[in-house]
Write a protein that binds this ligand. Sequence first.
Ligand SMILES: Nc1nc2c(c(=O)[nH]1)N[C@H]1C(S)=C(S)[C@@H](COP(=O)(O)OP(=O)(O)OC[C@H]3O[C@@H](n4cnc5c(=O)[nH]c(N)nc54)[C@H](O)[C@@H]3O)O[C@H]1N2
Ligand SMILES: Nc1nc2c(c(=O)[nH]1)N[C@H]1C(S)=C(S)[C@@H](COP(=O)(O)OP(=O)(O)OC[C@H]3O[C@@H](n4cnc5c(=O)[nH]c(N)nc54)[C@H](O)[C@@H]3O)O[C@H]1N2
Ligand code: SF4
Ligand SMILES: [Mo]
Length: 706
Amino acid sequence: MQSLLTTTNVLSHCCFCSMQCALELTVDGDEEIVRAHPAPAFPVASGKACAKGVFAHEHARHRERLTTPLLRQGDRFVPISWEEALNRITERFRSLQDQYGRDSVAVFGGGSLTNEKAYLLGKFARVALGTANIDYNGRYCMSSAAAALNKAFGLDRGMTVPLSDIPLARCILIVGSNIAECQPTMIPYLRQAKAGGAKVIVVDPRRTQTAKGADLHAAVRPGSDVALMNGILHILLRDDLIDWSFIEKRTLSFEAVRETVAAYTPERVAEVTGVPASDIEQIARWYGTAETAIIFTARGIEQQARGVDNVLACINLVLATGQIGRPGSGFGAVTGQANGQGGREHGMKADQLPGYRMIDNPVDRQHIANVWGVDERELPGKGMSAYELFEGADRGDIRGMFVMASNPATSSPNTHLVKRALQDLDFLVVTDLFLTETAQFADVVLPGSAWTEDEGTMTNLEGRIVLRRAAQRPPGEARLDWQILCELAERLGKGSFFAFEETEDIYDELRRASAGGRADYAGASYQKIAEQQGVFWPCPNESHSGTERMFADSFAHPHGKAVFHAVTHRPLSEEPDRDYPLHLTNGRLLHHYLTGVQTRRTSRLHARDPHPQVEMHPATAARYGVVAGETVEIATRRGSVPMRVKITADMREDLLFAPIHWEHAESINLLTLADLDPISRMPEFKHCAAALRKWKGDSVLGGVRV
Ligand SMILES: Nc1nc2c(c(=O)[nH]1)N[C@H]1C(S)=C(S)[C@@H](COP(=O)(O)OP(=O)(O)OC[C@H]3O[C@@H](n4cnc5c(=O)[nH]c(N)nc54)[C@H](O)[C@@H]3O)O[C@H]1N2
Ligand SMILES: Nc1nc2c(c(=O)[nH]1)N[C@H]1C(S)=C(S)[C@@H](COP(=O)(O)OP(=O)(O)OC[C@H]3O[C@@H](n4cnc5c(=O)[nH]c(N)nc54)[C@H](O)[C@@H]3O)O[C@H]1N2
Ligand code: SF4
Ligand SMILES: [Mo]
């Protein structure tokens, strides 16, 4: 009873997906979270949360939580003091930079960091270390969407409309996005739209939970989405379902697109995509005649070496029909990580400074140099992108690395190279909650802070900045991430640039740094965020309440117009052939999150899916003579992984699907391909050619030999 009397409720937001559902955490006198439930009054998920969110506080107090700094000694880690850890890191980074140059030490961040921490990590790289080389896991996530949005609209805010616009749409086209498992609390908005008469179309080679709720599912052949979108536009032109006045007044370069799509007849597109011509006609009719419409894309089409083209093909449909900038009409590249939106705005990206300023733009550089109080000439230039950092380490150009809140040994493509590169580094520091697969390569591991321990802001998939309050202190000697960065900066002789007392100080500096930039947070104070239940950026000043819907009157390019881009269908980097006859794709399961470091440590989530299973159609299983539960070998040109078989009729017969949530020998990235998109540098995660073989090794239980 005692603890009940002393409990307090803290308003927080889930640490996992981009919905950022509000959670009320009930904390007792010992700082234990005794209850977590969806906050009823917060607008985003209106009193809902999925199981991941409700149990998310469990991993923060898991017995394997890192509670002291660790130092590698041979094959073991031994606990050391903070003093020793920080001194050692400072000395090693300094000596590497003296010997090999400033850019030889790289920083790698993550999209689960708050805006404050993401901003600080960027400043830490550029000011404390003075290195050009910082990038983050969002390169593997939102980079193709970001590049396409910038090219077409001049600005990358994932969704141009708020979630509350979804029920106003009369047609919703979802391409390569499995909302039902990845943003489950968004489903009620789709249901409301359907109840209002909207047609929902899902384009996915698998009949996902999202597709099952749709009016039409197009089981597209992997990698053929550009052909499908061009085919739809071909029909819209043929049937004059085009908004000519919008094209004329608000866009540029339509003519080249018109010429390109002329060749994409329904018959030809049906052949390339495997989607029946009658379905292509139906999609075009529904999208082209709807009064209001939204297109959503996600990683299914973006995580390809032609990911930018894929998104541009979808945006061409939006612009040709003028379905943007009005209530219920817009485009959304559905952001993935908790702070996947904010994380890409404030300077963790190799080519960007805070507020979406560009690091190679002299005016942008000067603004940030003024806010930081440094000489503009001292700011480094553009660095290497995520996968390229590991290629750089493999070559010996990168000698030291500081990783915070990411597990790239598991989440990068073709991890054979990445692990070799991590192994070869002269000095690796990893700041995490757990001893991840990446941390196991480290020289020093630092115990950082969990989502329940950090105050700070996150920007959700709508562009809504929300405020998460701290509910407990880090366990043992674990420290708040931002304080670790400030301590290290101090030892690197740059303490005066990192003299922050609390997270709000960091945020207020971020607001100044972003002021006048494209992602402008200047007017979105903590107080306003709390009062308004989130603020949509851009919010340029104190009297501005934020921008829910983008591009009502003009786009963000200097000329104010949106730009069409003609794109053509091209084959995948690795199409199936005689040796590797199947497509291998991968993605998410409802109850796990990314490399599974957090969700596999939550008993009720882990129990749902303790090991990965490779999914295939019954006809595929029959063809290879395999049965459900049997262990098979999935082989690609990079390697092979044993996995148990799951049989489901909800997918194409030419496809295997494996989940991404496991490390070490169970990780799908031992098989994936690292071809990069020429513009976004996004790897071709989603597809490679694979062979399915009978497992000849030892008996395997979910990938673990017994
Ligand atoms: N439960 C859960 N939720 C999450 C996450 C998680 O790990 N677990 N992660 C979060 C993050 S970081 C992200 S980025 C998002 C990802 O969210 P999504 O992108 O929606 O998730 P994925 O499962 O990776 O891929 C989506 C779909 O793409 C399909 N696909 C594969 N190839 C193609 C193709 O060529 N064309 C088309 N049209 N579709 C294709 C796959 O079959 C899959 O159903 O989810 C976020 N939410
Ligand atoms: N094959 C394939 N590979 C993929 C994808 C795919 O679809 N297919 N998806 C890609 C995508 S979209 C993404 S986003 C990446 C994600 O790739 P990762 O960044 O590797 O993903 P996580 O598993 O979330 O790793 C985050 C780590 O940070 C820790 N952490 C979480 N919060 C904090 C914090 O506040 N502070 C500190 N210090 N640590 C924290 C967690 O314990 C965890 O170990 O994976 C990519 N890789
Ligand atoms: S994982 Fe996403 S949908 Fe589930 S509670 Fe967290 S933010 Fe909400
Ligand atoms: Mo992601």
